[in-house]
Design a protein around this ligand. Structure first.
Ligand code: LMR
Length: 336
């Protein structure tokens, strides 16, 4: 992987331009992502490819590389900044290591009561400001794509926060998620998405959290005996591109790509919920994993254990941002 990255740097430096622009025609967009081709993000990336190629009349060719085939989580962000790939859609939890801690606000447990509350943020001034904040890192934010609300999985039933005490839980690279697991008495393990299935199978970690579509399309259900529908947090994506590449596109092409991205975003945000419901049905049908739905007492216990994470992370994320989201969505942290 190191050699691949070095080669990408060498190419970009030697040509003095983003490598994809070196060939005049067609313009190639390498769109790398870490999930399966049939996960919601994978499907939306292919939808974007088809619309981009059609709308530009073939002037743009989009190569979609799923399943961390090109780069893992951290590497893909470096590759984008270096111009070795042109498009990504990392989960919002993965921008903290770039120094963009505000994005971790999306990881706060229960901060979005439902899709409507989420859209108040992503479609409004807060969402736009967060995307604009990427520009200082040479990144242009194009859109938000949904996945959905997360469930816990493990090899023992999870009905109450105490069931996670001492369990090694895989998390994404987010300090908020780390604090969330610590608040449950679990032991957080940050790990790239591509390593999770192997780590669960080998028993390096006991469990994890993700929306059902990610769990199912990575076959995690084969190595997790229990799944708890907890809806305790949100997982979504920012679709991003290399700013220099984007600004250097012919204006007409950029407009066509913006249109393709609008259509792909509508598609992504339309299918995500249904894909997650379908994945849960598929896990049930596979018969490998017992599915639990938290009862009222279980929900209340998780909420009580996890809401203090907002306060604990306020300094890191920015109390004004958290307050602005409460105001935009009507969220009341005092309400049990
Ligand atoms: C994860 O790493 O758990 C997910 O964010 C992967 C993804 O991109 O959906």
């Amino acid at each position: 992987m190191k050699y691949r990255m070095m080669w990408a740097v060498f190419t970009a430096l030697a040509l003095g331009v983003p490598s994809c622009l070196a060939a005049a025609d067609p313009i190639v967009i390498r769109f790398s992502h870490v999930v399966a081709a049939d996960a919601p993000k994978g499907k939306a990336a292919e939808f974007f490819r088809d619309r981009a190629e059609t709308l530009t009349g073939g002037r743009v060719r989009v190569e979609v590389h799923p399943n961390s085939q090109l780069y893992k989580d951290r590497e893909e962000l470096e590759a984008l900044q270096l111009g070795a790939v042109q498009m990504l859609a990392p989960s919002l939890a993965k921008f903290g290591p770039l120094g963009l801690r505000e994005f971790e606000v999306f990881d706060l447990p229960y901060i979005f009561a439902d899709d409507k509350a989420l859209k108040q943020v992503t479609n409004g001034p807060i969402g736009r400001r967060l995307l604009a904040s990427l520009e200082g890192r040479g990144i242009k934010g194009l859109a938000y794509w949904d996945n959905g609300f997360k469930s816990f999985s493990g090899n023992a039933p999870i009905r109450h926060p105490d069931d996670l005490r001492g369990k090694r839980m895989r998390i994404q690279a987010s300090k908020v998620l780390e604090t969330q697991m610590l608040a449950l008495g679990a032991v957080p393990h940050m790990m790239a998405f591509s390593d999770v299935y192997g780590a669960l199978r080998a028993g390096v970690v006991d469990g994890t959290e993700n929306p059902h579509s990610n769990l199912y399309t990575q076959r995690m259900h084969e190595v997790q005996k229990h799944l708890t529908v907890s809806d305790h947090g949100y997982l979504g994506y920012a679709v991003i591109t290399n700013k220099k590449f984007w600004d250097g596109l012919p204006r007409g092409v950029r407009r066509q790509l913006e249109q393709a991205m609008r259509e792909a975003s509508d598609y992504a945000n339309r299918i995500a919920r249904e894909e997650n419901e379908r994945a849960l049905d598929a896990v049930r049908a596979a018969g490998t994993t017992e599915i639990h739905v938290l009862d009222e007492a279980g929900r209340a216990a998780f909420r009580a254990a996890l809401l203090p994470v907002h306060q604990a992370m306020a300094e890191r994320i920015g109390p004004e941002l958290i307050r602005a989201i409460y105001d935009a969505t009507g969220f009341d942290p005092q309400q049990p």
